[in-house]
Unconditional design. Structure first.
Length: 123
């Protein structure tokens, strides 16, 4: 089981925190089983602000994933389709317990020197 740091736009992180976004969508995932996601909020925040347990990961075509998750996706169909354009496979982390850190954390506190492009493993 591993923990990943993911970069995420502020609007989507807010939806995760308020419970309207129950899945985090990605084009690729690591080979190891993921138990926890740590969220790095992109500009203007540029800090790690929250984490979530991963209940499971589903994968299928983007159309099938959308059909299964759209009611709690926290993203518009237009933005979803734009993100997965040209992809044959989509991945969706089903988020469990979501927690905001008491104070935002720097990337350095997680042993990182730059925000992850896709994801980064952390201890």
């Amino acid at each position: 089981m591993c923990t990943l740091v993911l970069s995420i736009k502020p609007e989507y992180l807010q939806r995760i925190l308020d419970g309207t976004k129950k899945y985090e969508f990605r084009k690729r995932i690591p080979k190891e089983k993921v138990s926890k996601l740590v969220f790095y909020c992109t500009a203007p925040t540029q800090q790690i602000v929250a984490w979530a347990n991963v209940l499971d990961i589903i994968f299928a075509s983007p159309a099938e994933i959308w059909e299964r998750t759209s009611e709690v996706a926290g993203i518009s169909a237009e933005k979803y389709n734009e993100y997965f354009e040209g992809c044959e496979r989509a991945y969706a982390y089903r988020l469990g317990n979501v927690c905001r850190y008491d104070a935002p954390k720097s990337l350095e506190e997680f042993g990182l020197t730059a925000p992850p492009q896709s994801f980064a493993y952390v201890g």
